[in-house]
Design a protein around this ligand. Structure first.
Ligand code: PMP
Length: 426
């Protein structure tokens, strides 16, 4: 037995499924999840001493790579000052100022502790602000495990075959209208029928929880238009895309400005952080300024703010995202070339430092039903083959991949070489 296998057995005695978040259990790919001991730069090291090139990056936060010295220094300095006070600190203002500077739509921002809290609070705020109950989401998009949003959800919910989780009252779920991602006509029709009852549209502008599907040209613009026509709040869930597809997120990349934005992952530099923010007029409805209640014992925690700010400062260096996007495109092109060379039909796509690959004959994937038609069995074999070659990909065909600034050209060349070798066996 490997050390990971032993540790997984022990974990299952005390933790449901042995994991604290379902996708980690490798249910989407089979086999035993790896247990990790340490991480440095672009590499993860497991409990059996194996090294892996990491394309998950803690599911997005580690955009600089692991154990970056700037983050470690910021954390060490704060540990000596105290790990939390439950009272205001100047760090929170520094963080809020930075977020407002970087993200086009954000005039006021509130820190929370996860992406789930960010979307949950944004939805409550949109409902409180508009006085409406219905919300629109898109099938295959995942916005955290919020009751109202675990309807036809992506990510682990999709991997485990439970896109509609039990435990959510029907009376709440029926207020969530689920439409097709990238289907402009479907959105227009729904709004024609009941637009004045809809509090918010929430969307991942680059869908990263049903593999990786960027919005098609015109889709986000159409969402902006119908929201303006009907007084509906447009929420971009940029938990994944924020600070990653561009410094200012997908809203900067695509030039469409939402009313509210949910953030997470990169904003915490690896610590548990989320945030939601947006138009001053809407954000002023949040307590203590307004009546919509939202709070958090650990929100704005100084350790989390220190790691997050150090990350945002590092990625603000000129050219950071251009360089990272170039690396990601080299990886995407290399994977496609490896597939072509071995005769494996593969579509590769992405935005900025997010990427996805699909085992399909289609040249590109823009819709959820196309994702469901891809060859997941082939994905599983590819995943396991890559793992043996020392490449750690997301253990599900329904997750985006993430790159980090720590990846070298050699790492990418090694990954492509491994992909070609594994594809030849599929
Ligand atoms: N929104 C999106 C787009 C996400 O990808 C995720 C998590 N992968 C969440 C929200 C939820 O964030 P968290 O897991 O931090 O609660």
């Amino acid at each position: 037995m490997t050390n990971s296998e032993t540790l997984f057995e022990q974990a299952q005695k005390y933790i449901p499924g042995g994991v604290n978040s379902p996708v980690r259990a490798f249910r989407g790919v089979g086999g035993t999840p790896l247990f990790f001991k340490h991480a440095e730069g672009a590499y993860l090291y497991d409990e059996d001493g194996q090294r892996y090139i990491d394309y998950i990056g803690s599911w997005g936060p580690m955009i600089l790579g692991h154990s970056d010295q700037r983050i470690k220094d910021a954390l060490h300095a704060q540990v000596d000052l105290g790990v939390g006070y439950g009272a205001p600190t100047s760090l929170e203002t520094d963080m809020a100022r930075k977020v407002c500077e970087l993200v086009p739509s954000i005039e006021l921002v509130r820190m929370v502790n996860s992406g789930t809290e960010a979307t949950m609070s944004a939805i409550r705020l949109a409902r409180g602000y508009t006085g409406r109950d219905k919300i629109v989401k898109f099938e295959g998009c995942y916005h955290g495990h919020v009751d109202s949003l675990l309807v036809k959800a992506g990510s682990g919910a999709l991997t485990l075959g439970v896109p509609n989780s039990p435990g959510i009252p029907g009376s709440l779920a029926e207020l969530t209208l689920t439409l097709d991602f990238n289907d402009i006509d479907g959105v227009r029709e729904t709004f024609k029928e009941m637009g004045d009852q809809i509090a918010a549209i929430i969307v991942e502008p680059v869908a990263g929880n049903m593999n990786c599907i960027p919005a098609v040209p015109g889709f986000l613009e159409a969402l902006r238009e119908v929201c303006d026509e009907h007084g509906t709040v447009l929420i971009f869930d940029e938990v994944m895309s924020g600070f990653r597809v561009a410094l200012g997120g997908a809203q900067e990349l695509y030039g469409v400005t939402p009313d509210l934005t949910a953030l997470g992952k990169v904003i915490g530099g690896g610590l548990p952080v989320g945030a939601f923010g947006g138009k001053r007029e809407i954000m002023e409805h949040i307590a203590p300024l307004g009546p919509v209640y939202q709070a958090g014992t650990l929100s704005g925690n100084p350790l989390a703010m220190s790691a997050g700010l150090a990350t945002l400062n590092a990625i603000s260096e000129p050219g950071f995202h251009d360089r990272l996007t170039k690396k990601t495109v080299a990886l995407r092109d290399g994977l496609k070339a490896a597939a072509d060379a071995t005769g494996i039909p593969l579509a590769v796509q992405g935005a900025g430092a997010m990427f996805g690959f699909f085992f399909t004959e289609e040249p590109s994937i823009t819709r959820f039903d196309q994702v469901m038609d891809c060859d997941t069995e082939r994905f599983k074999k590819f995943f396991q083959g890559m793992l043996k070659e020392g490449v750690y990909l997301a253990p599900s065909a329904f997750e985006a991949g993430f790159t980090s600034a720590a990846l070298t050209d050699e790492d990418i060349a090694d990954t492509i070489k491994a992909a070609k070798k594994v594809m030849a066996t599929l």
